[in-house]
Design a protein around this ligand. Sequence first.
Ligand SMILES: Cc1cc2nc3c(=O)[nH]c(=O)nc-3n(C[C@H](O)[C@H](O)[C@H](O)COP(=O)(O)OP(=O)(O)OC[C@H]3O[C@@H](n4cnc5c(N)ncnc54)[C@H](O)[C@@H]3O)c2cc1C
Length: 169
Amino acid sequence: MSTTYLFADTHQTYSQIRCRTCTNVRDWMQMTKPQNPSNHAAPKTTALLPSLAPSDCPADVEELGRSTWTLLHTMAATYPTRPSPAQQTQTKSFISLFSNLYPCSHCAGDFRDWMARPGNAPRMNNRDEFGLWMCEAHNAVNEKLGKKVFDCSQWKVRWLDGPADGRCG
Ligand SMILES: Cc1cc2nc3c(=O)[nH]c(=O)nc-3n(C[C@H](O)[C@H](O)[C@H](O)COP(=O)(O)OP(=O)(O)OC[C@H]3O[C@@H](n4cnc5c(N)ncnc54)[C@H](O)[C@@H]3O)c2cc1C
């Protein structure tokens, strides 16, 4: 069951406020463009809107997602090969807190639901386990969004070692 989070400063839930980090930039611009039809500066259709905001704009759901996956996979790639019990506990807590605080409410809710299903609880006895689990978690989101599923046998090439041709140094 997903939890609803209330923010002390607004007394609103994520779902009650307009949420840029739950929306892609095209839809966000459409939602927030001025309603006055005499405003000629406002784009008239989404087709005229950019697919990417300038890099100094606040993150939309896609930019936030890319940055977050970079953090999560890099955490897994640098997770100890033999973590102490304390490291395992801290990492488990991090994932749990992350899944409650991620600033896209529907993404976070679906992620919690996915983790609650049999076989999907975080696995972090060692780096290989955690990296594979993270890849599976990301693939669950990829599948939900209709994106290509990543070959999890390649997760270390992508997030730890880089490709064999040495282009990443
Ligand atoms: C927990 C979470 C939940 C999300 N839920 C939603 C949602 O409900 N709706 C929504 O619109 N967006 C969601 N997002 C964002 C979404 O997953 C993408 O980050 C966003 O759509 C941008 O996608 P992208 O194609 O640029 O690549 P991303 O999916 O961000 O991937 C970045 C890079 O990671 C690598 N990669 C891809 N798949 C894997 C994998 N399985 N394992 C290892 N590496 C991989 C690829 O090299 C890829 O280029 C979520 C993000 C997170 C972190």
